[in-house]
Design a protein around this ligand. Structure first.
Ligand SMILES: [Zn+2]
Ligand SMILES: [Zn+2]
Length: 782
């Protein structure tokens, strides 16, 4: 007789791990126990013959439930204690027990097979789930993940389901917390535009029929309400755009399966594995020329955002819709959080939709669909919601006290942190109104409560931007509890995010932040920063940045990028030349008040104290308007996104040495000067032949030139410095495929490798991670 204690770390709680261990141990006639310990560990004690113990260990990894992710296995042999049975026992008592809140897991193949099998008792059951799949975070009131802590507590198990729950041989339902069936689980209903119940036998089939007829239907899903409509009918899409007052912001399209996906986008193995992953995000992929999707779904863009059904409800609905695809966009009013309850659906969604398909399970926590794109061939998160949040992320060492980070105002996500763990909230939204602010506080409070954080012993972290609402919320909380507040510079935080995300624990690094706006240490607006960072220290050095452009600092500058273009051009042109250019190129109409606004901008720029800007995002916006690609920003990042879309399939047509002329020696730093690029573009637009003026080529060449100039600057600052061979990129603009691919290619020859974050978005949605990491200085274990 031998015995062994096995500690398994990773995603091993809430995914049917302990039942799988139970089955394996009993099959091999081993005695002992399995229990959850710590936050993301399972402890197994086994006793039996040496041969069986060895077999247990060798089968451990191959017998795991599909959603489990094992980080490490630690085995210790010792003396048997004489166990007579093998048991799943409750977690250890008398210690602070913090169990990781599992994210929602997409419908598994086995559950889908049951739903599609006419002889199965769960045939066409929209809420089928098992230990391997189904809602988790979105329906949890508190930890641990037990049925009574979830919205499923309102649905007691019927005898049949209870039997499965108790049966150790039932691989997917033994001890599975969220299971149900048509007899005991949630129910669907359909309501019309006046919230009157539509009496039908199968509300799901009826909803699909209505969508096929061109109606717009709100659908209560897993983490919130969606709005569903035909994606293949121009009139329907235009109707939806009109009702939502959403002229161009792309809609996501849910497709039944990979075959349907292949009809509308270019797929590769990498894309397929993300589309079918248990996180099942929206993935932005290149459109196919003969795609049946209406051009109004994502106007002016080269990519379509598509995703696969992640609950049986979505699968069954889309299966009955024409072309097996439908627009499935967040059910919200502009800038407000997605609806999660019937009160909101009645108040907000009935303005946009004709019918509502809903169910009677409470959505406890809102989780938006996550969004992934590819940049330079690698997947990058644009929005971290369902499937990813709220998995925690490890720090290199323990914090001396808990921390609460408030993120930034665009793409907001906050974070709480304790020991060596950072829990980012799910994507909250744009912090531009009180509803979103309330949501941020709600989820920060939720995580503070379930993880047992003492606010009085915490430190609160905010962005430096004096006008940020996130900052005001953080300061308010700090004052209420009388705790310390730490301000963290925006781009330093971006770079730290990448550092922690990519698990680079110490050393001297060059960070490259490419961004829209961030408040700089000198009170100017930053957004194109080359920083030298050593061991997370806030004593970073700003080695290079974009040359400052003087602006009026108006809120209209971001919405109407032609105003920004005036600022850039004013650095080297006089106002009469700019006016002539605007008139000849038809840019004057990009200003809502035309020439009146033009004159006002010129006067303001002369007469007021300028706000100085060093932002790559604003440069991209200006190029988009100069090339007449986008005149108004109707959604975050639109001009830059459409510039990138236009650059697809472009050729390089500018002077090959142009980027060298863009690098200037500033006061002890290098500066990137956009003027030579803009001059060259203007010269071609005003004097070039038709072929030279090809917008695709000019868009592509501009982005390549910017990438080359940035790479050249990085090369210059790295020279003579003993830095690690990694360039840590962060900020909203690093997802630009042409810029980042160019930088990557240029630097690879110098054995320098460009890294982007993988677990969190490089945009402000991931900045809270870097904010927390800023506390690590001096706490590193060398
Ligand atoms: Zn399942
Ligand atoms: Zn049941």
């Amino acid at each position: 007789m031998k015995s062994a204690k096995v500690i398994v770390t990773g995603i091993v709680q809430g995914v049917g791990f302990r039942p799988a261990i139970y089955r394996l141990a009993t099959k091999l006639n081993l005695k002992g126990y399995v229990r959850n310990v710590g936050g993301s560990e399972v402890e197994i004690w086994i006793e039996g013959s040496e041969e069986n113990i060895r077999e247990f260990i060798s089968h451990l990894l191959s017998n795991m439930p599909p959603p489990a992710k094992i980080e490490s296995v630690h085995i210790e042999f010792s003396n048997p204690r004489g166990f007579r049975t093998f048991k799943i026992i409750p977690s250890a008592k008398g210690r602070i027990y913090r169990s990781m809140i599992p994210p929602d897991i997409a419908l598994c193949d086995e559950c889908l097979a049951e739903v599609l099998n006419p002889h199965d008792r769960r045939y066409r059951y929209p809420f089928n789930s098992c230990a391997w799949c189904g809602p988790r975070f979105s329906m949890m009131y508190s930890t641990p993940y037990d049925r009574e802590n979830t919205a499923m507590k309102a649905f007691p198990l019927c005898n049949y389901c209870a039997g499965e729950y108790r049966d150790p041989n039932n691989v997917r339902r033994f001890h599975a917390q969220g299971i149900s069936c048509p007899q005991c689980g949630p129910k669907l209903e359909l309501r019309d535009g006046s919230w009157k119940l539509v009496e039908v036998k199968d509300p799901l089939k009826e909803a699909a029929k209505l969508i096929n007829e061109g109606y717009i239907v709100a659908v209560k899903g897993l983490g919130g309400y969606h709005i569903a409509a035909l994606a293949t009918d121009d009139d329907v899409v235009i109707k939806l755009r009109r009702r939502k007052s959403r002229p161009t912001k792309p809609f996501a399209v849910m497709v039944l399966d990979i075959n349907s996906a292949a009809r509308i986008v270019e797929l590769n193995n990498n894309a397929i594995s993300i589309l079918t992953s248990m996180e099942r995000p929206i993935v932005l992929l290149p459109k196919k020329k003969d795609s049946p999707v209406s051009k109004y779904v994502s106007p002016g863009l080269s990519m379509e955002g598509i995703f696969l059904p992640y609950t049986p409800l979505h699968y069954l609905l889309v299966a009955d819709i024409r072309d097996r695809m439908a627009i499935m966009t967040s059910g919200n009013a502009k800038d407000l959080p997605m609806c999660v309850n019937e009160e909101c659906a009645k108040k907000v969604l009935l303005k946009f939709v004709d019918y509502v398909l809903l169910h009677n399970r409470e959505i406890v926590n809102r989780v938006d669909d996550s969004v992934v794109r590819f940049t330079s061939g690698e997947p990058v998160l644009l929005r971290r919601g369902r499937g990813y949040a709220p998995k925690w992320i490890r720090l290199p060492s323990k914090l001396s006290r808990p921390a609460i980070a408030f993120g930034a105002d665009i793409h907001n996500a906050g974070a709480i942190a304790f020991n060596d763990k950072v829990v980012l909230t799910q994507y909250i939204g744009e912090l531009s109104n009180k509803e979103v602010a309330e949501d941020l506080l709600k989820y920060i409070n939720f995580f503070v409560r379930v993880y047992g954080i003492s606010l009085r012993n915490s430190v609160i972290i905010v962005d430096k931007h004096p006008k940020y609402l996130s900052r005001a919320l953080g300061i308010e909380l700090a004052e209420k509890y009388g705790v310390d507040i730490v301000e963290v510079q925006h781009h330093y935080a971006h770079v730290l995010t990448t550092l922690v995300d990519r698990r680079l624990w110490s050393g001297k690094f060059i960070g490259l932040a490419l961004d829209g706006v961030g408040y700089g240490d000198d009170g100017n607006i930053w957004g194109c920063e080359v920083l030298l960072i050593e061991n997370y220290s806030p004593k970073y050095k700003r080695l290079a940045h974009m040359r400052y452009t003087r602006s009026t600092g108006s809120d209209r500058d971001v919405v109407y990028p032609a105003r920004m273009l005036i600022y850039f051009l004013s650095e080297f042109m006089d106002s009469s030349d700019i006016r002539e250019l605007f008139t000849r190129l038809g840019i004057m109409k990009a200003l809502p008040l035309g020439e009146t606004e033009f004159n006002a901008v010129i006067t303001q720029l002369k007469e007021t104290t300028p706000v100085k800007i060093s932002s790559i995002g604003r440069l991209l916006d200006s190029i988009a308007v100069l090339l007449n690609i986008c005149h108004v920003r109707t959604y975050e990042g639109e001009p830059a996104i459409r510039l990138e879309a236009e650059a697809k399939d472009g050729r390089y047509v500018l002077d090959e040495r142009l980027h060298n002329r863009m690098i200037m020696c500033g006061e002890g730093t290098y500066e990137l000067d956009a003027s030579p690029l803009l001059k060259e573009l203007i010269n071609i637009l005003m004097n070039g032949s038709g072929r030279e003026r090809d917008i695709k080529d000019l868009a592509y060449s501009s982005l390549v030139t910017i990438g080359r100039a940035l790479a050249a600057i990085v090369r210059k600052v790295a020279r003579g410095r003993r830095v690690e061979p990694y360039i840590l990129m962060g900020g909203g603009a690093v997802v630009n495929d042409v810029i980042t691919s160019t930088i990557k290619k240029e630097l690879r020859d110098e054995d320098m490798y460009v890294l982007l974050p993988r677990k969190v978005p490089p945009n402000d949605g991931g900045i809270a991670l870097g904010q927390v990491a800023s506390l690590l200085v001096g706490e590193l274990i060398e």
